[in-house]
Design a protein around this ligand. Structure first.
Ligand code: NAI
Length: 336
C-alpha cells in the first residue's frame, strides 16, 4: 500500500510553481459551476480558465476575472462557442445538467443528463481528445459509461483519462469519521469504492488512516450516513437543488490533484469511478495513482482484507452498479 499524503486543495499555494494548465468547466453558470470556477481561479497551476454554459456565463466570467490570480478567464455561451472553449484544454470538468429535488434518486436524472453529457463529450472528442475528462453530472454510474461509449465511437477513447468524480464521497467520509472519532481532519483518509449512488457508495472504514476502530453499529451508521449524505443536502435545500458548495470543493480537489499529476508530481492518489479490472464490473470506483498520462496504477490493496460487512456490501452493490453501467452503454447505442 502506498504511503498516502493527506490531501489539501491548493497545496501548491505553499510552493507556487510556474506551470500553466488550461481548464474548462462545462455548466459553469450553475450551482456547482460557479463556486468551482472560483476555486479553480485560485489555483496557481492554472493559466487559462474557460467557462461554458448555455446561458448566464458572461457575468460569472466577468466577476471571476477581477480576482487577481494568474488564470485568464474567458466565457463561451451556447453550442456555437463550444469548440473554441475546448481547443487546447488539459482538463475538462463537466457539471452540466439538472440536480436532484426531494424524492428524486440520481437515476431519475438520467433522461436529461444523459443527453447533455453525450453532446458535451462529443465536442470534447472533436476538440481536445487528449484532455483529462472529469464527469460530475449524475447519475455518474451511467454518465461515465456514456462518455466512454461516445469517445469509443469517435475513436479517441483513453480509459486512463476519463474519470467519474466521486471525491465528494471521500470528503464526506473523511469529515464524518473525523467528527465521530475526534481525529484531526487533515489527517483522515477513508477510501470509498464502488460507484456514486446509494448502496453503490462503499466507504472502506476498516482502511481508515490513521487507523481507527469502529463498533459494528458505528460502521453501519457511518456507512449509511455517507451513502445518504447527498439526500441530507437535497432535503435541507427543500427543492433548491443538491450539494453545490461541498461538491465544488471536492471537484476542485480532484482538478488540483489532476494538475499536480500532469505537472509531474509522483505522489498523487485519488478515488474515482473509472474503467477498471479490479472487479468483474467494467467500471468501478477505487483509489488510483494519477500521473502525466492519467491513471498509472489501481490500488488493489484496498480491496484485500475487507471486513465481512464490507465484503458483503461489495457483493450487494454489484448488481445495481452493473445495471446503471449497462443503462449508460445502451443509451448511446440506442441513439447511434
Ligand atoms: P444547476 O442546475 O445549478 O447547474 C447546472 C448548469 O448546467 C446550469 O447552469 C445549466 O444552464 C447548465 N446546463 C444545462 N444544460 C447544459 C448543456 N447542454 N451544456 C452546458 N451547460 C448546460 O445544477 P448543479 O447543482 O450545479 O448540479 C449539476 C450536476 O451535478 C447535476 O447533474 C447534479 O446531480 C450533479 N452533482 C454531482 C455530484 C457528484 O458528486 N458527482 C454532487 C452534486 C451534484
Amino acid at each position: 500500500v502506498p504511503k498516502i499524503r493527506p490531501k489539501q486543495v491548493f497545496s501548491n499555494q505553499l510552493q507556487p510553481r510556474a506551470s500553466s494548465f488550461k481548464v474548462a468547466v462545462l455548466g459553469a453558470a450553475g450551482g456547482i459551476g460557479q463556486p468551482l470556477g472560483l476555486l479553480i481561479k485560485m489555483s496557481p497551476l492554472v493559466s487559462a480558465l474557460h467557462l461554458y454554459d448555455i446561458a448566464n456565463v458572461k457575468g460569472v466570467a466577468a466577476d471571476l476575472s477581477h480576482c487577481n490570480t494568474p488564470a485568464k478567464v474567458l466565457d463561451f455561451t451556447g453550442q456555437s462557442e463550444l469548440a473554441n472553449c475546448l481547443k487546447g484544454m488539459d482538463v475538462v470538468v463537466i457539471p452540466a445538467g439538472v440536480p436532484r429535488k426531494p424524492g428524486m434518486t440520481r437515476d431519475d436524472l438520467f433522461n436529461i443528463n444523459a443527453g447533455i453529457v453525450k453532446t458535451l463529450v462529443e465536442a470534447v472528442a472533436d476538440n481536445c481528445p487528449d484532455a483529462f475528462i472529469h464527469i460530475i453530472s449524475n447519475p455518474v454510474n451511467s454518465t461515465v459509461p456514456i462518455a466512454a461509449e461516445v469517445l469509443k465511437q469517435k475513436g479517441v477513447y483513453n480509459p486512463k483519462k476519463l474519470f467519474g468524480v466521486t471525491t465528494l464521497d471521500v470528503v464526506r467520509a473523511n469529515a464524518f469519521v473525523a467528527q465521530k472519532k475526534n481525529l484531526k481532519l487533515i489527517d483522515v483518509d477513508v477510501p470509498v469504492i464502488g460507484g456514486h449512488a446509494g448502496i453503490t457508495i462503499l466507504p472502506l472504514l476498516s482502511k481508515t488512516r490513521p487507523s481507527a476502530t469502529f463498533t459494528d453499529e458505528e460502521v453501519e451508521k457511518l456507512t449509511l450516513r455517507i451513502q445518504n449524505a447527498g439526500t441530507e443536502v437535497v432535503e435541507a435545500k427543500a427543492g433548491a437543488g443538491s450539494a453545490t458548495l461541498s461538491m465544488a470543493y471536492a471537484a476542485a480537489r480532484f482538478v488540483e490533484s489532476s494538475l499536480r499529476a500532469l505537472d509531474g508530481d509522483g505522489d498523487v492518489y485519488e478515488c474515482c469511478f473509472v474503467e477498471s479490472e479490479l472487479t468483474e464490473l467494467p467500471f468501478f470506483a477505487s483509489r488510483v495513482k494519477l500521473g502525466k498520462n492519467g491513471i498509472e496504477a489501481f490500488i488493489s490493496a484496498d480491496l484485500q482484507g475487507l471486513t465481512d460487512y464490507e465484503a458483503k456490501a461489495l457483493e450487494a452493490l454489484k448488481p445495481e452498479l452493473k445495471t446503471s453501467i449497462e443503462k449508460g452503454v445502451a443509451f448511446v447505442h440506442k441513439q447511434a
